[in-house]
Design a protein around this ligand. Structure first.
Ligand SMILES: O=c1ccn([C@H]2C[C@H](O)[C@@H](COP(=O)(O)OP(=O)(O)OP(=O)(O)O)O2)c(=O)[nH]1
Ligand SMILES: [Mg+2]
Length: 161
């Protein structure tokens, strides 16, 4: 695959090109084109002003930024958001404030998410009577352990005064 892969972009007025913060970064930062205020647990679909034509055989994935997640509790409801190759509309981010107490205030131009472009394959789903055997088989959902001898530690506020 060509590296870098060139992707046509259109920008709404005042929008900025997605940009990699550092050489070699996987995600190109996306900004919001409007001021946004998110009360605790509130969500909002916010525009980035960016539209792209991703080539077939690739897709874009919109990921949250870890710094904002860590500092403010900013998340994305559908992380990672999928940008199909055929999509020509504005890339939007489904932001959510996961903090139970503090309102998040974002300013127009803030970098709130990042676009990762990756190769993808389309497959043919072929119905069969039995699947080929494997070491894992049907085991899942913690079957390999790793939660300590007494199982996972959980805390609950239920029943507390
Ligand atoms: O975070 C996101 C996720 C999706 N999209 C756009 C691009 C994507 O190609 C389109 C459809 O997304 P998806 O397939 O995830 O949503 P859907 O609910 O299945 O909608 P559709 O029926 O249009 O496929 O919406 C965004 O702008 N941001
Ligand atoms: Mg879809």
């Amino acid at each position: 695959m060509p590296n870098p892969l060139e992707i046509p972009v259109t920008l709404a007025q005042g929008a900025v090109l997605p940009a990699y913060a550092l050489p070699g970064d996987a995600g190109a930062d996306l900004v919001v084109t409007e001021d946004v205020e998110l009360a605790p647990h509130q969500r909002a679909l916010v525009g980035t002003g960016v539209a792209v034509a991703i080539p077939e055989g690739y897709a874009g994935f919109v990921h949250p930024r870890s710094g904002l997640a860590h500092r403010l509790g900013l998340g994305m409801v559908n992380a990672p958001g999928t940008i199909d190759a055929g999509y020509r509309g504005e890339i939007k981010v489904n932001l959510v404030n996961t903090d139970p107490v503090t309102t998040i205030r974002l300013r127009r131009g803030d970098r709130v998410a990042q676009l990762v472009v990756q190769p993808v394959v389309q497959v043919v789903f072929a119905p069969v009577a039995d699947l080929p055997a494997s070491t894992r088989g049907t085991a899942g959902h913690g079957s390999t352990g790793g939660h300590g001898p007494d199982g996972p530690t959980t805390t609950t506020t239920e029943g507390q005064a």
